[in-house]
Design a protein around this ligand. Structure first.
Ligand code: GTP
Length: 595
């Protein structure tokens, strides 16, 4: 066990994590130069994920220092806030972390949030200043930031470049010297932490784990503590460029298990694997069931595609246990699904995969968060869909989820960033300067306010010089009301939103104005109304067309006429009939683009 080092890399997006990891793989001959180039070529393909390190989740390198052989396990951490629970489990499987910081950019929000996670787990931190080959690197300034942040000595900071290979040898040496070898008792009952899993269409679900105590052998009968399911360990092994089967793995080792698991749902990140015969006393702490935070309806554009959509969703869920969905029907959109996602990025990924991999043509409704409705009869109801919010006369209080957000920005943008957060009902918790020019602002914000256009606004007001990270902190009561939209007196359930009472009137007005722009004129007047309960708070009218649209058809050119008809048919497909009104798809997302 003294020869094992388990470490991860924490970095802000684009600071060079993958490039540096690839360099280490080549340096330790885990991957040949040729294979690496092939990988890079593969990555040109949109369907391929980028880089070996991303695909492999964990990879073992053999490394020799002063005549002694070491096994270095690099455990990958997902890069985005939506997956922060997974990040925390990957970190929990390590004893050390490389903290990579772009020497031209300095510390960013994600650097800090992941660093805090690593410190919580007592990881040894090895600071690395990357991209030192770039002429605009400002090493002294960034070193000052790092020293301030983690209290290391200037000499501890390794200068590196994923591009030239500078510093790679020093990083590997430092990992051996500084990162503690894993503790743990190989004789104790088995306790292994699941930190990730993948779905393989030939082999089923492959779970990745780190053994905290005990040993696991091929063919052992094991159980997963949280799911209480039992499996035979058909194959266990370590991860190099591919999977390398082994007969036994021991405390400190990082490996994989294949045991006939069919769906991703059966493997929960953070769960503990133990033996059926000689189980451990208690599971490894920190297990949490990940819960979706953002919800949206997904509907087929063509009602006939409903079954295909269900199949596609089923397949996606095999891979991705954090995706939830259940059938839902909407008076406006017909039959579809209410889906739960970890966050907005996750939602975008799913939407894109449905379209790209499954060739589905879908309408996604405006995303919302989940609310707790405390009812007058004393019960509490979780609400995933604004149109499902019980009538206000039945509701005592509504609670909504809050996040703690960290924003790092240049001093000149502090004012605008503050204004944006306050406009989004945020409360400033802390403000501190990292250097004279850069500050970190910490806000408590309602999650529901950032699911719309927060990222985009933040980027534009700071001209790209602001980074943002968050975690969910809990539920708080809020004065929310359900705002409904009516077309010619008929409520369109897919357009209902929950909004703060203070914003409801201007919001309702802007919704009506926007819908007036988006709904084409038809043979009759269309009244667009916004309502809270039975009270109408805004109204617009789309005037009827007077001219006959077919007047444009001229002459007897039959092919031209047919083309025109085809075109109209296609146009029709992107419309939904609501009562007697035809509503274009983009109107269902109108609320996202109100400004
Ligand atoms: P994500 O996986 O998206 O979080 O990014 P990452 O942190 O893994 O960064 P990645 O390795 O993909 O590098 C981001 C960009 O920086 C790429 O265009 C790299 O080519 C470039 N890059 C990485 N390291 C260096 C370096 O040391 N020097 C220079 N000049 N460019 C680098």
């Amino acid at each position: 066990m003294n020869s094992i080092r388990n470490f991860c890399i924490i970095a802000h997006i684009d600071h060079g994590k993958s490039t540096l990891a690839d360099r280490m793989l080549v340096h330790t001959k885990t991957v040949g130069e040729r294979e690496m180039r092939d990988q890079v070529l593969d990555s040109m393909d949109l369907e391929q994920e980028r880089g070996i390190t991303i695909k492999s989740h964990a990879i073992q390198m053999d490394y020799e220092l002063n005549g002694q052989a070491y096994k270095l396990n690099l455990i990958d951490t997902p890069g985005h806030v939506d997956f922060s629970y997974e990040v925390s489990r990957s970190i929990a499987a390590c004893e050390g972390a490389l903290l990579i910081i772009d020497a031209t950019q300095g510390i960013q929000a994600q650097t800090i949030s992941n660093l805090y996670l690593a410190l919580e787990h007592d990881l040894e931190i090895i600071p690395v200043l990357n991209k030192m080959d770039l002429p605009n690197a400002i090493p002294e300034v960034v070193e000052d930031q790092i020293i301030d942040l983690i209290g290391c000595d200037r000499e501890d900071i390794i200068h590196a470049s994923g591009k030239t290979g500078m510093g790679v040898e020093t990083i590997l040496e430092r990992i051996v010297e500084k990162v503690p070898s894993p503790l743990g008792d190989p004789e104790a009952p088995l306790q292994a932490l699941i930190f990730d899993s993948v779905f393989n269409s030939f082999r089923g679900v492959i779970a990745y784990f780190k053994i905290v105590n005990g040993q696991i052998r091929k063919k052992d009968l094991v159980k997963f503590v949280a799911t209480r399911k039992q499996y035979d360990a058909d194959e266990i092994g370590v991860l190099k460029l591919g999977m390398v089967p082994r007969d036994v793995l021991s405390a400190g080792d990082v490996g994989y298990i294949i045991s006939g698991i069919k769906t991703a749902k059966e493997v929960k990140v953070g769960d503990t694997i133990t033996h059926v015969d000689r189980p451990c006393d208690k599971a490894i702490s920190g297990f949490e069931e990940v819960k979706p935070m953002v919800f949206a309806g997904i509907y087929p554009v063509d009602a006939d595609d409903y079954e295909d959509l269900r199949n596609a969703m089923d397949k996606l869920q095999l891979n991705d246990a954090s995706l939830t969905f259940e059938p839902e029907s909407s008076a406006a959109l017909g039959f579809g699904f209410r889906c739960g996602f970890l966050g907005l990025l996750h939602m975008e990924i799913i939407q894109e995969r449905l379209e790209r991999e499954y060739d589905m043509n879908v309408i996604t409704t405006v995303p919302n968060v989940s609310y707790l409705a405390h009812l007058t009869d004393g019960s509490t109801q979780r609400v995933y869909n604004p149109s499902g919010m019980p009538n206000s006369t039945l509701v005592n209080e509504i609670e909504e989820p809050y996040i703690r957000a960290s924003i790092i920005t240049a001093a000149e943008f502090i004012g605008p960033v503050m204004n944006l957060c306050l406009e989004k009902r945020g409360a400033l918790v802390n403000q501190s300067y990292l250097t004279a020019e850069r500050a970190e602002l910490v806000f408590n914000l309602p999650l529901g306010e950032i699911v719309f256009d927060f990222y985009d606004k933040l980027k534009s007001i700071s001209r790209g010089y602001a980074s943002f990270d968050y975690h969910v902190s809990g539920y708080k009561p809020a004065k929310l009301v359900r705002l409904d939209i009516l077309l010619n007196g008929e409520m369109v359930d897919a357009l209902s939103t929950l909004t703060h009472f203070d914003n409801a009137y201007p919001f309702g007005r802007r919704m009506c104005e926007k819908l007036k722009e988006l709904i084409p004129r038809q043979q009759f007047d269309i009244a667009i109304q916004a309502a809270i309960g039975s009270k109408i708070i805004a109204r617009e009218t789309v005037k009827a067309v007077r001219k006959d649209v077919t007047a444009k058809c001229y002459g007897g050119d039959i092919t031209r006429k047919r083309k025109l008809l085809e075109k109209q048919k296609k146009g029709k497909k992107r419309m939904k009939q609501v009562g007697n009104v035809e509503v274009p798809q983009k109107a269902f997302l109108a609320v996202l683009k109100l400004d």
